[in-house]
Ligand binder design. Structure first.
Ligand code: 26Q
Length: 828
């Protein structure tokens, strides 16, 4: 969207009421600081300044107002000696910061006015900000929402991650196929961050371990062969109403010795720079695979690089304040966002034992008391493991520590002689089956005081499946914290029209207390509210239609139902099921052209991992179907299919408020939680979904009668995979599905290459692992119910109101409160 000229909010244009009216004083002082920044920091004359110059100047002026609060907040947390949370995550999917910061500071209107007085259009300006896309999807966006809530709740916290030069790839669609291009968010500089070249740590790799003393109990000294410098870049994270500010500290990699002068002088000009290039590579790019670990050495280098820099930094901070490393657990809680930073467990042991000379047993106690670990997936292929030889080569001391942790763990188990003990094989940190590999999930589990899943079902499945043996040993360790989302970003920022209407209807309390949304429930049947909600939705849909027109040169009708399926492409998320149902609908409309079909626009967006062939083929199928459907005059515009390229946080902010129907149709048992489901329900979309992840908790709050649930349960999926009928039987039993597959197979959507979709058909007929065929009939039926409900608009809007009214619980503030009390033991 940064390339576009349209402002998605122009159509709804009114200022959100949550921003206080612009005070003259604010406006004048903002105007002065923007001009000062433009002059002295950007170095431009206002007469020639480009819009981008104005954006940078504005961001810098806003940053000053954040820093004014950052310094006292940080100082107060320090002097009060408050326990601090460290959130370690390889991903922070932040998006843009200008509007969000202004909203937190109640400065949206003053800035708009100040800029207008300078003849600059704020709404165009904010579209120029590139997304900080330092994440793949749900896990990264969750980290960003949690940073927002930590600041809102005034919990002292640092986010630690990597300052990737290139965020998630830019998705371009050529002839229906996804292509990946590098993303360049830093090309015009980043006005939000502070480089801290003075704040750096050495991170070692490779080399050897020297043991001092001969009896095996002596100290170990690691002599790394290679050293990389981690340089800190700090971004302040401001909380709601500007009350508190935390720090997001991202590490950038530099060579310790960037130019080997002797090599250069010998004439080896390229070789002289090789070490520098090797070091820089660590923070160059975000790994774009989602759910499937890449397993490459560079990824392990990234994981260790940021884990080590972060731990050295937090231990340093702790010592500066408390002088005694033994009190670490009292003042620090470290949260591991998935296993990506699990190497932090042996790293803390190394720092405590080798560097700070703490006894092993005490060090282990401190470690276990300090860490907590969040698991985000149960997919066996997504569980991170690293080959022992690679670990030994890259991190020899850590491998020794892992062996020692493992042998004490297994010895203890043998000594305990528990009758219910799982096999050693199942709980060992080393997987001996597929080559020897370190199980990072087991390592994180063992090194943590609490381990959590991200929805009730997911946490329960953790206990029953992948972590079953570990759970037997430590039955109190796994807890659940259901994910949440930032209402600031996903309601107040993204949907000012709805926010204003809600404030008008139930009062401003909801702005500070999401649960106050429940006051909306008594208005569920209020026709005048329905009308106003409809007006807000329609205007949001018009804005999205403008985005579609601009990007795809294609018109969609804002009065049609917007049926939205936006998320990463993965077979378990079943975009395929949706497009098959679309074909079914297409066939049905052509067969009965005179029926009163509900006009629908199927909207898809999402990226596939570059190497995920089937996911990319599904994207191509959507485009092929779109071409045929969109050009068929017999449908009389009652069905359109749209794929919006390059899905990111900013595009999501335009889509969520414009959705009527939310597709949350994962194979039951496979979506750990989902968070798009929450964003869409909050904005009033009705969910069509499976009984999976947080959909279940959504149902418990919103009511099954206000959703469209369908399909096999997680248990039924398991059972069917074991003993179900062969998929070809399922398909044969469903003439409509058979017809859909025949159309695809017959090249109806791919005249140029009738065999193109053979791999998809083959997957469905031979195994149907993701239960697309098995759930098809049930899904198609649920979609008929959707259409039926849509025709009864009063009933539709009643359900919509009850969705918004009952999702207050899904605020990430609630999630963070649970982390604070159950996991971190910090006051809120
Ligand atoms: C691992 C190793 C090497 C390269 C990449 C990765 C990698 C990267 C990202 C593995 C997994 C991810 C992302 C996982 C993810 O986003 N999971 C989602 O997390 C959300 C927040 O908890 C849940 O709501 C979703 O259900 C879950 O799919």
């Amino acid at each position: 969207m940064s390339q576009t000229r349209t402002n998605p909010r122009n159509a709804s244009s009114v200022a959100p009421r949550i921003a206080l009216p612009a005070q003259d004083e604010d406006v004048a002082s903002l105007r002065r600081s923007i001009v000062a920044k433009l002059t002295y920091s950007v170095g431009r004359d206002p007469i020639v300044a480009s819009e981008r110059d104005w954006f940078i100047a504005t961001a810098l002026a806003v940053r000053d107002r954040i820093v004014e609060r950052w310094v006292p907040a940080t100082r107060a947390a320090y002097t009060q000696g408050r326990k601090r949370v460290y959130y370690l995550s390889l991903e922070f999917l932040i998006g843009r910061l200008l509007y969000d910061s202004l909203n937190n500071l109640s400065l949206v209107e003053p800035i708009r006015t100040a800029l207008a007085e300078l003849d600059v259009d704020f709404d165009r300006l904010r579209e120029l900000e590139p997304d900080a896309a330092l994440g793949n999807g749900g896990l990264g966006r969750l980290a960003a929402c949690y940073m927002d809530s930590l600041a809102a709740l005034a919990i002292p916290a640092h986010g630690y991650g990597i300052r990737y030069d290139h965020g998630l790839f830019r998705q371009v669609i050529r002839d229906g196929w996804q292509q990946e291009f590098p993303e360049n968010w830093l090309s015009f500089g980043n006005p939000w961050e502070f480089a801290r070249p003075d704040l750096s740590h050495m991170v070692g790799f490779g080399g050897s371990v020297e043991v001092i003393g001969t009896d095996g109990t002596g100290r170990a000294i690691w002599h790394p062969a290679e050293s990389v410098v981690a340089v800190a870049y700090d971004t302040p994270v401001i909380g709601w109403r500007g009350n508190f500010v935390n720090t997001l500290r991202l590490w950038s990699a530099r060579a310790a010795d960037p130019l080997m002068l002797d090599a250069f002088n010998r004439g080896d000009h390229v070789g002289a720079l090789a070490a520098g290039a090797r070091a820089n590579a660590i923070s160059q790019i975000l790994y774009p695979s989602d759910e499937t670990p890449a397993g490459q050495e560079l990824r392990l280098r990234q994981e260790y690089f940021f884990s080590s820099a972060s731990l050295q930094n937090l231990v340093f901070r702790h010592l500066r304040q408390h002088q005694d490393v033994r009190t670490l657990a009292q003042f620090c809680a470290i949260q591991l966002n998935d296993t990506h930073p699990a190497i932090a467990v042996p790293e803390l042991m190394r720092l405590l034992v080798d560097v700070h000379e703490v006894e092993w047993d005490e060090a282990w106690t401190i470690t276990k008391e300090t860490f907590c670990y969040t698991n985000h997936t149960l997919l066996p292929e997504a569980l991170e493991t690293w080959p022992v030889p690679l670990m030994e080569r890259l991190l020899p001391r850590h491998m020794q520590i892992i062996y020692q942790i493992n042998s004490e763990h297994l010895d203890g188990l043998v000594a305990a002689k528990r009758p219910d003990a799982p096999s050693l094989d199942a709980v060992s940190l080393i997987d001996e089956h597929s080559g020897r590999r370190v199980r990072m999930g087991h390592l994180a589990f063992l090194g943590s005081r609490r381990v959590n899943g991200v929805s009730a079902l997911h946490s329960e499945l953790m206990r029953q499946t992948v972590f079953r043996p570990m759970h037997t040993l430590f039955p109190d360790r796994i807890v659940n914290v259901t994910n949440g989302i930032s209402f600031r970003r996903w309601l107040y920022d993204a949907n000012p029209g709805l926010t204003d209407l809600l404030v008008d209807t139930i009062g401003p309390e909801l702005l500070d207390d999401p649960e106050a949304l429940s006051k909306l429930a008594p208005f569920a049947d209020d026709a005048s509210l329905h009308e106003k909600l409809h007006a807000v939705r329609r205007s949001n849909k018009q804005v999205l239609a403008m985005v579609v027109a601009e990007r795809l040169n294609f018109a969609i009708d804002p009065d049609a139902m917007f049926d939205v399926h936006v998320k990463r492409f993965h077979e378990y998320k079943r975009q395929l099921l949706n497009i098959l149902q679309t074909i079914w609908l297409y066939n049905a409309m052509r067969a009965q052209p005179t029926r009163d079909w509900v006009p629908r626009v199927k909207i898809f967006a999402g990226k596939a991992a570059a190497s995920y062939r089937i996911a990319k083929l599904i994207i191509k199928l959507i485009h092929d179907v779109a071409r045929v459907v969109n050009n068929d005059p017999t449908l009389r515009n009652r069905l359109k299919v749209v794929f919006l390229p390059d899905y990111n946080v900013s595009l999501a902010e335009a889509i969520m408020p414009a959705a009527d129907l939310s597709e949350q149709i994962s194979t039951a048992g496979m979506e750990a939680s989902g968070t798009g489901n929450m964003k869409l329900a909050l904005n009033g979309a009705l969910t069509i979904g499976t009984v999976d992840g947080a959909n279940i908790e959504l149902r418990d709050r919103v009511g099954a009668e206000n959703m469209f649930l369908f399909g096999l349960s997680a248990e039924e999926v398991q059972e069917r995979r074991r003993n179900g009928p062969p998929p070809c039987e399922t398909i044969a039993a469903s003439p409509v599905l058979q017809e859909v597959l025949d159309a695809i197979n017959g090249g109806v959507f791919s005249h140029d290459d009738p065999r193109r979709y053979a791999p998809i058909i083959e997957g469905l007929t031979s195994s149907d692992w993701f239960m697309v065929a098995a759930d098809f009939e049930s899904y198609a039926e649920a979609q008929l119910n959707v259409a039926r409900r849509w025709r009864d608009q009063a009933s539709w809007w009643r359900a919509s109101v009850l969705n918004t009214a009952n999702v207050g619980w899904f605020s990430s503030d609630r999630s963070i409160r649970e982390y604070a009390t159950q996991l971190w033991r910090v006051p809120v």
